[in-house]
Write a protein that binds this ligand. Sequence first.
Ligand code: HEC
Length: 146
Amino acid sequence: MIVLWIAPLATAADLPEGPGRDLLLRVCTGCHKPDSFAAYRFTKDEYHAIVARMAERGAQASGPELDRIAEYLAKNFLKVEDPAKLNINQATAKEMETRLGLTAKEAEAVVAYRERHGDFHAPGDLYVIYGVDGAKIEAAKDKIAF
Ligand code: HEC
């Protein structure tokens, strides 16, 4: 019987050549289709966190190999952040003060709320925070990224 082993090559066409590509195909395609990776957009830190989570789920690779996979994904499928916007899920209280015009107390309240409830997903999530002036959030909402 002749076995044709061409499918992975054909479906990985969206993955540019580069260090880490072969590792990705070896380690990660047990659960994901090879062509699914090109659709993702994450920051480099996020990719590193994701591959660590995938190792917990069962991806078979050493730490340095996971790092190479994360670097490959970050190089090719990076989320481009708008420098004019502040990522409210990563910002410090100080940044919220200077970039969004919040008082120190308001900024602390946002950080405390985030620590208790997790990431924000939309400006509306910020209106419910006790002690934060909703009008300021409204005025700053185009400067906030999630
Ligand atoms: C054992 C099966 C398995 C393996 C192997 C695996 N994954 Fe996953 N992956 C999943 C599952 C299940 C999800 C969806 C649930 C989740 O996010 O944990 C997922 C989700 C993802 C996501 C979406 C993450 C998000 O936060 O939305 C990315 C990106 C990803 N995997 C990349 C990888 C990479 C890169 C590898 C190789 C290092 C890999 N996966 C190996 C099972 C796997």
